[in-house]
Every structure is written in C-alpha cells, then in structure tokens.
Design a protein around this ligand. Sequence first.
Ligand SMILES: [Zn+2]
Ligand SMILES: [Zn+2]
Length: 366
Amino acid sequence: MQIQAAILNAPNGRFQIDTVELDPPAEGEVLVKLAASGVCRSDWRVAIGTAPKPMPMIAGHEGAGIVEAIGPGVAGLTPGDHVAFIWAPACGDCYYCNGGKPNLCATFTQLLATGLQADGKSRIRWRGEPVHILAGLGAFAEYAVVRAESCLPIRRDIPLELAAVTGCAVATGVGAAMNTAAVKPGASVAVFGVGGVGLNIIQGARLCGAHPIIAVDADEAKLTLAGEFGATHSLPSDGAAISRIQALSGGRGADYVFEAAGLPALQEVAFRALRPGGQLTLVGTAPDDSVTALPAAKITRSELCIRGSFYGSCHPRRDIPRLLNLYAAGKLKLRELITRTYRLEQINEAYADLVQGKLARGVIVF
Ligand SMILES: [Zn+2]
Ligand SMILES: [Zn+2]
C-alpha cells in the first residue's frame, strides 16, 4: 500500500514528506494505523547525526494507533486493538528478561540497530530503495509494520495521543524516579532540565512522596509547568542553583538528583547538587561520542552513586498499563504535557519548536 511518511535521507535535520510503498506484515509482524507520534529528542539526534543510523530512515518511536492487520503467528493481538508502541521490545526469555530487566533485553538489540526486519529486509520502499525504521517502529508515517513484541494493547478509553507519550516520555521520566532511583518518601529531589522527560521525573517523584522537589531549568515557562507537575521549588539554571538546592535540603545537597537533558555540561553541574551518599541518575541521552568529566576522588570519598536510566528501568508491559490507570484515576498528568499538536506535514516545524525549547511535548496527530 502507498502511505505518507516523513523520511530522513541525510543527517541534516530535515524530514522529507513523501509517499512510500509499504508491504503487508510478515510472520510475527503487525500492521498498525498510527493515530499519534510524539516529537521526541531521540529522533532529533538521529536527524542531525549525533546518534548515527542507517538512512534513508523513518524515525518516530513514541507512537500509538490501532491494529489494522496481523501477520502469521501473531498471538494476543487482533485488528481493532488500541496499541502503544514499545521502543525497546523484550523477548521474555534472555539473560536480561529472566533477570527482571526487560528494558535491557539483548535479543532484539542487533536487529533494531539494522533498521530492518528479522529477515534482513525492509517492508518499506521509497523511490525504489529500501527504507530503514527507527527502533523497529518508524512511527512518523501513516502506517507502520512492526514486530508484535513492539505492540502493547491498551485500554480503549485513553486518547491515543496520550498513550503515545506514555510509551516514551512518561515511562522514561516516571520510571526514572520510581524504578531506577526508587525515590523514598520525604527524600529531597532535584531535577535538571524539565522538558517532556524532566516533568515526568517530577511527577514520578511526587507519586513517590518526595519533598522538596526542586526543578532547575533555563526556561521560565517550563519552570511554571514544573510547579503544576509537583515541583515545590523552581530555580533558574544559573550559578546560584547549587547553593540554593543545598539551602533547601538541610545544607547538604539533594538525596536524589536527575539530569534529563542529556547535556554533559549540565550533568557535571547536576553532580554538584548531590549530598554525600546521594544518587545522580542520568536520564537524558548524551550525544554518542560525548564524555562527561566528574571528579573521581569526590565520588569515592562521598560515596556518590551515579547511574544511568534507560527507558525508566521500566517493564513496559507492566508499567505502561499502570501509568494509564494512574492517569484514568486522576493521579498522573498526561494532557498537560502536550504543548501543541501538528500534522505529519508540519514535522519540521515541530522539531524547530522542540529545538527552540517551546515544547514540553509536541505530538504529531494523524
Ligand atoms: Zn522518546
Ligand atoms: Zn529478552
């Protein structure tokens, strides 16, 4: 079938909207009609080449939609099901899945890196050439053929644009607070960078019962939004931020510090906000070839813990339905995350807005 898609053909930050030819789903695959795709910075890193991927490529990994057709051998999904995409599919039976870490599942790592399907082929052609897909998905298109492991059936009363952002930004941010750091009630938390992921770290910390929850960002509008998501204090990211965090946390520094922007310079600043024995969680993904400089002697002497959080250390099939239930119960904010929606043809405008810091989350709606 012929569909419209946003194609990356070179790492120049430009998406090309064009018609591509999509094959039907093969063994173990599912055809999904996209309803919404989040405008996430991970796609932008591919678009500008700081996370190099094979091209031409269709990016987009924060998607939700409706199952249109299933290939042979697919169980547990039927046409008409509402699904959220999981961008780190899990096999359920590797070393990591058996160890309770499905977000690190090793089975599909190589396959996803190729941008192709299990048979080494693409289901998409553009100008006669095979097109790669990001994270086994390619959600910046009207339809996607994906592995069944990448599709999570969800309750039907959740608007699909909210399900889309829950599958990435919300699971990543809330999960970083709840799963990776496992923030304790009454603990002090500081979050550096309060875009789509940072706001969700804040609401995750709120759900964990943290206090104070301190948001740090250069953007005043984002700091205001952070207050709505549960930040008790908002600080501009200037030279005084560290001493103010210390003053708000008994003169010590925060128990838990999060960096959500993926900027080595900001990670180095965030490190200084820790109390002795505190934990810094790196949630934002830095450029592939970047290096963060941290003082090793202080890490040793102060017993500091520095850890990464990938996909919020979440079990997507357990946690995404839980998050949607929390939303339905009025305990989790999703609608307020979406600053603006765009049509697929406006994707370049959407990324310009993201880069200029205008968005908590933008969403492409189909
Ligand atoms: Zn994302
Ligand atoms: Zn696995």
